[in-house]
Design a protein around this ligand. Structure first.
Ligand SMILES: Nc1ncnc2c1ncn2[C@@H]1O[C@H](COP(=O)(O)OP(=O)(O)O)[C@@H](O)[C@H]1O
Ligand SMILES: [Mg+2]
Length: 154
């Protein structure tokens, strides 16, 4: 487990950008936390840092999934808040994407049994003031230990 404080939105952006540098195809980041916690902010900063040509990164609230092409491969950004059934996860192609793409998933509890075991769990919650957040990272796959060590030293 790793606990970090993001005292401002800008600090969150910087952490997302540096995490982006250690990602590879098949890496899944599950972003949990209440509405307004900063899940989309984190995902947007991470994705935009990998795009060759600047592009809007809207919240996938209604589309459920948005995909992006980057030099290190395809990125899938999902927001499963409005998911109606686990069948929809398969239909969206998300289960396959977990294997071949970099996936950032908001409201990952909706995945139920389809939650990938090798994912990094990043939970965001309120910090000591309005613009502060606390991040708690958890994982079971050892690959994250090396990636997060590399992350924290960038
Ligand atoms: N330290 C911080 N980290 C991330 N976002 C922050 C922070 N401080 C303020 N914010 C703001 O909080 C809001 C988070 O919204 P959003 O990322 O859409 O949340 P979520 O996707 O979790 O519902 C954004 O407007 C962002 O600018
Ligand atoms: Mg969101």
């Amino acid at each position: 487990m790793l606990s970090l404080s993001f005292p401002t939105a800008e600090v969150t952006t910087r952490h997302a950008q540096s995490l982006a540098r250690v990602l590879n195809a098949g890496d899944v980041i599950l972003l949990s936390g209440e509405v307004g916690a900063g899940k989309t902010h984190f995902a947007r900063a991470l994705i935009q840092s990998l795009l060759e040509t600047p592009e809007d990164v809207p919240s996938p609230t209604f589309t459920l999934v948005q995909t992006y092409e980057t030099p290190i491969g395809e990125i899938w950004h999902a927001d499963l808040y409005r998911l109606t059934s686990t069948q929809e996860i398969e239909e969206l192609g998300l289960t396959e994407a977990f294997d071949h793409a970099i996936c950032l998933v908001e409201w990952p509890d909706r995945l139920g049994a389809l939650m990938p075991e090798n994912a990094l769990h990043l939970h965001l919650e309120d910090g000591p003031d309005e613009n502060a957040r606390r991040a708690t990272l958890r994982w079971t796959d050892d690959k994250w230990k090396d990636k997060l060590t590399a992350w924290q030293t960038t």
